[in-house]
Design a protein around this ligand. Sequence first.
Ligand code: HEC
Length: 144
Amino acid sequence: MSISSFPPTLKLSAVPFRVVFALSCLSLLVAFGAGVAPAVAQDTAAGEKVFKRCAACHSLEAGKNKVGPSLAGLFGREAGRAEGFRYSKAMAAADFVWTPQALAAFVAVPKQFVPGTRMPFPGLKDVGQRDALIAYLRTTAANP
Ligand code: HEC
């Protein structure tokens, strides 16, 4: 459609802006649609790698505690409640529910988020690694 076919009452100066706006929305949509799915897949794969550092002490199998408690069904579970695991006093007394946000804060600096925890893990400083770890855990038994 050419500009001259627009009704003459329409301000001409508005047309290119609309066209540019529409085009940029369109290209954003295309970029979004094409970009987001692989980004999530990449995150998940990267997160699986990060989880190897947790897997030394944590399983994703229900009821299978190692040095640390099983993380099966973690999201939505109250802190310090994995069956058959002996927690530190601090974790046993912690009064919050594990959400992706809580987990991100915990793994960043465990001893800051739950002072007195005996999880012997210094923390994941890299926000990208934390995000990837959580993206991965959301695809596993940790996310019931
Ligand atoms: C060297 C062993 C070890 C490593 C590595 C480790 N943890 Fe832990 N984790 C523990 C122990 C022990 C506890 C129990 C802490 C307590 O009772 O204070 C724990 C507790 C937790 C809890 C609380 C669970 C609950 O039932 O409330 C979460 C969540 C957790 N760890 C996640 C992780 C993640 C994610 C990683 C990897 C980034 C990780 N841990 C790495 C040993 C470990």
